[in-house]
Design a protein around this ligand. Structure first.
Ligand code: ZN
Length: 343
């Protein structure tokens, strides 16, 4: 039988409330335990954080724009090229997308995919082709790198969109890299997925999909091989959306149809973001090593916001940075209901 459990702690805090003549007031919050890793996440502070509207026009003004090496008039001259033994043609191009080495690399093979000609692209204006071409180019790069150097087993797409996400340039770009050190959460999930497989003889991610489908509390919908849901423990203040490809384990298994499903779903998520006033996010597409059958490919997208645009306080604090504890001010079950209407 399945070994996935959704455990939580209910927390109550009592104080004498100045808004109610110092009468005792009870505020409830919750700590949830991630069913895979055992890592916890807090749900508290409900309704206290609203996504802030960004003035995208400001990023086009000369003062706000600053210097952008990705703008099409310059990108050929100012971006680096790969050595011939990695990418013989130097760079990869498809439609508007151009994939180049990262001038500030994170690992042995580290690339940036410039997604568009436009410097500022609001979420509603991303075309299907811009997204499809960018993902395809990045996956092509990762597949080529895997052939050049199979010793780096993990493949990652990372995307910081707009300044609240930590993105240093507003010009849309994704990062693709191969690595032996994929980060703490990836490593924890990988180990826990392997343990789950050894003890249950099943892939955790496939099991998660079927349990969430049955529970029908956080399951958003299916597009081809992709299953979209909200995570039981949200990684972001404003929630998190998870897309799992059960039975698709590595970059070798990920097909063009899977890219289409990802882009289809992403455009629906962007429509939800538009309605919810979300202007910024972090996203990752994560691939385990070739040959294993326990760590399915999955994609996570986490809305980000400034807490206010008076002093640009970010939505991360000591909880996330020092304690590595996510805090969410929205319930995954509520986010699921909202997103579902776009699927
Ligand atoms: Zn630009």
């Amino acid at each position: 039988m399945a070994n996935i459990g959704f455990e939580k702690f209910d927390i109550e805090n009592t104080f004498l409330d100045p808004r109610r003549n110092f009468q005792p007031t009870v505020v409830k919050s919750e700590v949830r335990i991630d069913p895979l890793t055992g890592r916890t996440g807090h749900f508290a502070h409900f309704g206290a954080v609203k996504p802030q509207q960004l003035d995208l026009e400001k990023y086009l003004e000369p003062q706000g724009k600053g210097f952008c090496p990705f703008c099409s008039t310059r990108r050929e001259a100012l971006t680096p090229k790969f050595p011939g033994d990695v990418i013989p043609e130097g760079r990869l191009a498809r439609g508007e997308a151009l994939l180049v080495p990262n001038l500030h690399p994170y690992d042995v093979y580290s690339s940036v995919c410039i997604m568009t000609h436009g410097h500022v692209v609001p979420l509603a204006q991303f075309s299907y082709d811009q997204l499809f071409d960018s993902f395809n180019l990045g996956l092509d790069f990762l597949k080529r790198v895997k052939d050049v150097d199979p010793s780096l087993p993990y493949h990652i797409m990372g995307w910081n969109y707009m300044p609240p996400s930590g993105g240093g340039l507003v010009h849309p770009h994704q990062q693709y890299f191969a690595t032996g050190n994929p980060g703490n959460r990836f490593t924890d999930e990988l180990k826990a997925s392997e343990q789950f497989y050894e003890s249950c003889q099943r892939d955790y991610w496939s099991e998660l999909v079927s349990i969430e489908q049955k529970n029908d509390k956080r399951y958003i919908g299916q597009l081809g091989d992709s299953h979209w849901m909200t995570s039981y423990v949200s990684l972001g203040m404003l929630g998190e959306i998870l897309c799992v490809f059960p039975g698709v384990y590595s970059i070798d298994d990920f097909t063009t149809a899977n890219v289409r499903e990802l882009v289809d779903g992403l455009q629906k998520v962007f429509s939800y973001f538009g309605k919810a006033g979300i202007y910024s996010f972090n996203a990752s597409l994560l691939f385990g090593s070739v040959g294993q059958r326990f760590f399915s490919v999955h994609f996570r997208i986490v809305p980000r916001t400034f807490l206010n645009i008076r002093d640009y306080a970010p939505d991360m604090n000591f909880f996330q940075v020092v304690l590595e504890e996510p805090i969410s001010v929205v319930w995954p079950e509520d986010v699921c209901r909202e997103v579902k209407s776009f699927f």
